[in-house]
Structures are given as C-alpha cells and as structure tokens.
Ligand binder design. Structure first.
Ligand code: COI
Length: 329
C-alpha cells in the first residue's frame, strides 16, 4: 500500500520507517497539515494519515474523492475538527486512535496537580527575580489530603483515578458513567456536588458540543474558594474569560491548561506566518498560579509509537476490507 502522511514531526519518523519496513508498505512523509493546498501531494496514493488540531475543511473530502482517495487515518483521538458528514458524503472512511496511551495524559494531569499544589510557578518566578528568600515562602498542600473531582471516567479518567488512589486522595466522579473497574476507589456524586466538594477538578471528557463551556461562570461560582482546575482534555470545555475572572478575584487558586480554548485559531495564525497573539493566553501566562502547556499532555514516546502504528494499521485494514474497530464514519 502507498500511504501519504501529513503533519509528520521528526520524532514520528523512526516509527513510520520501522512500520513501513516491517509491513512492506510505502510511506511518504510531509510536515504540512492536510489542507486543500497540500492534498495534491497525496495524488496517486492509496491512503492518507494525518495529525492536526486545526480543522479539516470539508473541501478536503471532496478533493479526496476526486483523487480517488478513500481512507483517512487520524493519528490522534480528538475528531471535533473533522467534518465526518462531509467525509461520509464523499465516501471517505475515517479512523482515529482513541487509546494510544491514557496513562500519558493521566500522568500529565496529576503532574499538573502537583505543580499547582506546590506553587512551583511562584517559586520559579521568585527565583527568576533573584529573590531566593521569597522563593522559600510558598507552602504546599498534599494531594493525599485533598478531594479531586474527576469529570469523565473513560480510559483516561480511570487512569487518573488509579494514580490518585495511590496518593490516598479522595476521588469524586460524576455519576453518569460509572467505571466498571472494581479495583478503583471513588465516590460517585452529581456534577453540582462534585463542583462544591472538589479541591481540584480535572477534566477527561470529549469535546462534544454539549460539553462546550461546561466550566463556565455558573460552575466556577459553585466551586470551593481556592479550588484548582486542570484541563488536559479539550479546548472547548472551559470558558476562559470566566476562568480568568475567577483567577483574578482569587476565588480560584490556580489552573493548569494544556488545551487552551483558542488553540486552533492561534495555531492557524502561526501556520500563516503571523505572530501568536492572544490576550487571554498572555494574561494566563503571566499568572504564577497558572501552568500553561501547548497541548502536550499526550506527548510521550509510548503514545507517539501507538499513534503512528495504530493509524497505519487501520489504513491497511481499510485497504484489505477488514473491519476497522476505530472507524468513525
Ligand atoms: C488527541 O489525541 O486528540 C490530542 O488531544 C493530542 C493531539 C492531537 C495534540
């Protein structure tokens, strides 16, 4: 099979090469996103794999149909940037990689909690200001003494609960989807109760439209004074303006944001050679009790290997007419 790969980073290349050698398929790699402009690079290939958080325009799917390209394998889990209706309309079959490494994201979420609890940002800021005595004054809190609300108990949420259980943390989950894993310890409560009782709230739900701005003005208002927010899930889950209001007032104690609300727009700006400019981002970045990261919670060697291999395996399965369990269309 001849595969055209878009959005390829250097760290993915060895995994692509090893897979191609092992399976005797051909992969041509491009660093660019899949867009109307780059799609012609895939002419004559049998399938496409891509990795991007910016939108796939519906015209990409009409273009694929014209080029007789029938398979698109995303190398990631989120697909709210993909117009699946357009894909189906143009007879393009799309797959994703829903579980490349739940543990990667769970570990990052817990690391973020520890960073905020130990006020690591304030310590670093003081040290950068050469104020060693001040840097010694930021007392921490212990994860094992606290209550963490885990919103979303799928694979990633469960991995978070498993780690938190090791810390002795009291874990609340929302009662809508109870995990079947009996080895986990947690207390199911309503979402409102979870807001009221959590010292830390961590999000692990998809970016479906009904979840947009789940954490908004009203939700933040119900939370405990000093509560911490962790979002390693999707950019649309938090109303950032409302988050900032509550951080400015000191009602919220801090936040760790790996998936920033406007990341797609900001990335597109960068892709067009413009400067990354976002006043909300800049304000968050200046706050020592906020940890920002550029959507990298997933980014481990294990995850990248699985993303590449599982996406490519899906393309071969499409091509061979074998059922693809991770098909979205
Ligand atoms: C995903 O797998 O959807 C992610 O959030 C990781 C990545 C696209 C940056």
């Amino acid at each position: 099979m001849r595969i055209c790969a878009f959005g390829v980073r250097g760290d993915e290349v060895p995994y692509f090469q090893r897979w191609a050698a092992r399976t005797e398929n051909t992969v041509t790699m491009h660093p660019d996103y899949l867009t109307d402009q780059t799609l012609p690079l895939a002419a004559g290939y049998d399938g496409i794999t891509s990795f991007q958080t910016v939108p796939y325009p519906s015209t990409v799917f009409s273009g694929m149909q014209q080029l007789k390209l029938r398979y698109l394998a995303l190398r990631n889990a989120g697909y709210e940037n993909v117009d699946l209706t357009a894909a189906a309309h143009h007879q393009v079959r799309v797959s994703y990689v829903p579980a490349y490494s739940p543990r990667a994201i769970a570990e990052f979420a817990v690391m973020s909690m520890l960073y905020l609890l130990r006020q690591a940002g304030a310590v670093q800021t003081a040290l950068h200001d050469a104020d060693y005595p001040l840097a010694k004054t930021f007392i921490g809190r212990e994860l094992g003494d606290l209550t963490v609300g885990v919103v979303g108990s799928g694979r990633i949420g469960q991995a978070v609960i498993q780690i938190l259980n090791g810390f002795g943390t009291r874990v609340l989950i929302t009662d809508s989807h109870l995990p079947k894993n009996l080895a986990l310890t947690f207390t199911p409560v309503s979402f409102e109760e979870l807001l009221r009782q959590s010292d830390i709230l961590t999000l692990h739900i998809p970016g479906d439209p009904e979840n947009t701005n789940l954490l908004n003005e009203a939700a933040f208002a119900q939370m405990k004074p000093g509560a911490l927010i962790v979002n390693t899930a999707r950019p649309n889950l938090i109303d950032t303006a409302a988050l900032l209001t509550h951080l400015r007032s000191g009602k919220l104690g801090g936040a760790a944001i790996d998936t920033f609300e406007h990341e797609a727009d900001d990335l597109l700006q960068l892709a067009h050679g413009e400067t990354f400019a976002d006043p909300l981002w800049d304000e968050l970045l200046a706050m020592p009790n906020v940890m920002l990261s550029p959507h990298i919670a997933y980014y481990t060697d294990t995850a990248v290997k699985n993303m590449v291999e599982q996406a490519l395996d899906a393309l071969v399965a499409f091509d061979q007419g074998v059922r693809v369990a991770t098909e979205l269309t």
